[in-house]
Design a protein around this ligand. Structure first.
Ligand code: GLA
Length: 350
């Protein structure tokens, strides 16, 4: 059996999904392709890594196989027996670019196992299994956005998701005269997962200091009661949530100028208040600001490298790509990679 699961790009709502907040991602037309078949023992093959791993029993190896193994573990924890299989994967999703190739691999695995063994679990349960793999097995305490989007993505739509209630709405993504590109900075700083977990801790600390059960109860008034760093973190979350709501409105009205301004504002907040951007992604965003036809840009995903989403009028970004790459190369001695992004449907059989 063959399945494919897409990556995702988040238009806006960064570092809100583990704080009961709002996000506005969409599934992208880049996928993890996965084949599952009978086998005597567990065999995992990655075409991209050019590697085959055989296993008698599940063991963490601190590499790509962990995403698959974490999913198998999560099924077993729920009482579903997963007998040995061969799982082969290939992908056209760039890794570390902020498009969530790991969530796509988890989602493809979860869906394939569920269908292959006849468990036929509902998609939301698969999302929880995929996320549990990342949190408990891989060890990154991520939110639910990436796996949710890989499962529920819908072509020509973004997903406005309330991560507290898991209620969601498909918002038409009618780009008409506009386009979305992703610039991959091609850097991934070492501290990305440790700092990610640290941000989560700080947000838990915010709730503790304020004596609140969840972020939805935190108000702007409360910010005054918080010490320095915690105040900055909380302010980002509150304002980012507002930006998501305004972005949903702007998208519905086809007001891309407003949407673009919100993207720039989100980046500033991630840089100054949440402190998860880095020199390289800041450089890209600063370069783009004020350029003709560029409406907005910001870092996407967890941060500390990865990608920058760019919203522009059609064909305007094309004109300055080279100039941006030259400036970036001069400054960091690294080449950028560019991806034009389109929306796609969620995980499915092929
Ligand atoms: C990573 C996580 C997501 C989310 C983003 C930041 O991509 O996997 O759950 O927290 O970072 O918005």
């Amino acid at each position: 059996m063959k399945v494919k699961a897409p990556g995702r790009i988040n238009i806006i709502g960064e570092h809100t999904d583990y704080n009961d907040g709002y996000v506005l991602p969409f599934a992208v037309n880049r996928f993890v392709f996965l084949t599952i078949e009978d086998s005597e023992k567990f065999v995992f093959h990655s075409e991209n890594m050019n590697e085959t791993v055989e296993m008698e029993r599940i063991e963490k190896l601190n590499k790509w196989t962990d995403y698959i193994l974490g999913v198998i573990k999560a099924f077993e924890k729920r009482g579903y027996r997963v007998s040995p299989v061969k799982i082969s994967v290939s992908s056209n999703l760039p890794m570390g670019a902020g498009l969530s190739s790991s969530a796509a691999l988890e989602m493809a695995t979860a869906y394939a196992i569920s269908e292959y063994f006849g468990f036929h679990l509902p998609k939301l349960e698969l999302v929880k299994i995929a996320r549990e793999a990342e949190v408990e097995f891989v060890g990154v305490r991520c939110g639910i956005m990436d796996q949710f989007t890989s499962a529920f993505g819908k072509k020509d739509h973004a997903i406005f998701l309330d991560t507290m209630t898991l209620e969601y709405e498909y918002v038409p993504l009618k780009l008409k005269g506009y386009e979305i590109n992703l610039v991959d900075s091609n850097v991934k700083h070492e501290l990305s997962s440790s700092e990610y977990n640290k941000r989560r801790q700080e947000c838990e600390e915010v709730l503790k200091v304020l004596g609140k059960r969840g972020f939805r109860e935190v108000t702007k008034e409360d910010l005054k009661k918080l010490p320095g760093v915690l105040k900055k973190r909380a302010q980002h979350v509150l304002e980012e949530n507002e930006r998501v709501l305004r972005s949903v409105q702007a998208l519905k009205e086809g007001d891309f100028e407003t949407l673009g301004k919100l993207l720039f504002a989100s980046h500033e907040s991630l840089r100054d208040l949440y402190e998860v951007s880095c020199e390289e992604t800041d450089f890209i965003v600063d370069f783009l600001k004020g350029k003709e036809g560029i409406l907005g840009a910001r870092m996407v995903g967890g941060g500390f490298g990865g990608g920058v989403i760019v919203l522009s009028k059609k064909s305007f970004f094309e004109k300055i790509k080279e100039e941006l790459n030259d400036a970036y190369r001069d400054r960091f001695k690294i080449e950028l990679t560019f991806h034009e992004i389109e929306s796609a449907d969620g995980v499915q059989k092929i």
